[in-house]
Design a protein around this ligand. Structure first.
Ligand SMILES: *Cc1c(COP(=O)(O)O)cnc(C)c1O
Length: 388
């Protein structure tokens, strides 16, 4: 019976055009992707600084494999916490200017660790409607009241905070929204957290490495003070070019997570190779002003190049540039036409984005060259001129 349900569920996805298709790539992550002997210029990855295949990181991986082996062998709280993990945490904390940092194998896990460890049944989570799926799941796992406010709406949020009788309150937000590229109003969110005595948890998956002086992220971009109520999550699989994530903040908060967070305790520590790679990556991020300047130029070039097309390009100062097509099938068709021309830009549809806002999600990287971007601009202008 369960098999019939799975079959009909899959058939439904197929009928709705919602089946996800994995593609197998035959080359490292970079601006050029090889699929089935075809070369494509890819605008899909989150490798915003072009570090995923950087020689310095590859060298760090080689050296670390020789020095530390491959597996960590246990959880961090047993015997899996090796010197590279410890050094990485210290450098991360210093880099973002917080007392302590805790390293996780993935951002998804870090979010599942933060929220349920800080709030529970008698508490309330206040979350932006467009938050990343991992933050939604984290709030559900916490079993706290889950109040979702309209995207960026500080008035509604203030009102809900004011009315709340929850014992503990936690505001949860992406710093850079992953499907829109826009920034959360972090200074206003911080003021509300102060006013209503709430935690403020900021997921900086797409800001870390990209925004702020030295790439220190969205908090540095907005110059937020390092308040104990402010908890920063940053991922290391995007601009940092590796994998994993960190939570940084007040040392008591971090110690509490290290003691109590189940997704920290009951999982094997990631490879010491990755920790060593990320140490090398942090140095490149800190010295990455040229990469960030190039990325900013690409963003400006794309936005200027796409002006006047029939699809809206909402304001986004980040590497994520959403081209709103609206209709699901039209978005898929446009993505398909680009693919035929050797340009890989994913179409994003509901339920990942709100109904009626299907889009192309153009991800830029400092590894892109202006000529590659110009090819995309020309193809999109061409598609707009010949809609059928
Ligand atoms: C990618 C992402 C995550 C998950 O991070 P992983 O390290 O890939 O698990 C969490 N939050 C946001 C906003 C993201 O974009």
């Amino acid at each position: 019976m369960i098999w019939d349900e799975l079959d009909s569920g899959l058939a439904q996805l197929r009928a709705d055009g919602l089946l996800r298709r994995r593609r197998t790539l035959d080359a490292p992550c970079g601006p050029e992707a090889w699929i089935d002997d075809r070369r494509l210029v890819a605008f899909c990855s989150n490798d915003y600084l072009g570090l995923a295949n950087h020689p310095a990181l590859i060298a760090a991986a080689r050296e670390a494999a020789t020095r530390w082996g491959v597996g960590s062998g246990a959880s961090h709280v047993v015997s899996g916490h090796l010197r590279p993990h410890a050094e990485l945490e210290e450098r991360l904390a210093a880099f973002v200017g917080r007392e302590r940092a805790l390293y996780f194998g993935a951002g998804y896990m870090a979010n599942l660790a933060i929220v349920p460890t800080l709030v529970g049944r008698d508490d309330a989570v206040f979350a932006d409607k467009l938050n990343h799926a991992s933050l939604i799941d984290a709030a559900l796992l916490a079993r706290a009241e889950h109040l979702r406010y309209p995207h960026g709406d500080m008035e509604v949020l203030a009102h809900r905070l004011q009315r709340s009788t929850a014992r503990r309150k936690l505001i949860l937000t992406d710093a850079v929204f992953s499907m829109d590229g826009d920034l959360a109003p972090l200074p206003e969110l911080f003021d509300l957290a102060e006013r209503f005595d709430a935690w403020l948890v900021i997921d900086d998956a797409h800001g870390f490495g990209v925004l702020g002086p030295g790439g220190r992220g969205s908090l540095a971009h907005f110059e937020l003070p390092p308040s104990p109520r402010l908890i920063l999550m940053g991922t290391l699989g995007k601009a940092a070019g590796g994998s994993g994530a960190f939570v940084a903040g007040d040392r008591r908060v971090i110690e509490w997570l290290a003691q109590r967070a189940r997704p920290y305790i009951f999982t094997t520590a990631s490879s010491p190779i990755m920790a060593a790679v990320l140490l090398a990556s942090l140095a490149l991020i800190a010295a990455g002003d040229d990469r960030r300047a190039h990325l900013r130029q690409l963003i400006a070039r794309l936005r200027a190049g796409l002006a006047g097309l029939p699809w809206r390009l909402p304001p986004s100062p980040t590497a994520i540039q959403p081209l709103l097509v609206g209709d699901n099938e039209a978005a898929v068709r446009l993505s398909g036409r680009l693919f035929e021309r050797g340009l890989w830009v994913p179409a994003i549809r509901p339920p990942t984005v709100p109904v009626g806002t299907a889009r192309l999600r153009i991800s830029l990287s400092a590894a892109h060259e202006a000529t590659q971007l110009d090819a995309l601009i020309a193809a999109l202008r061409d598609c707009a001129g010949h809609p059928h």
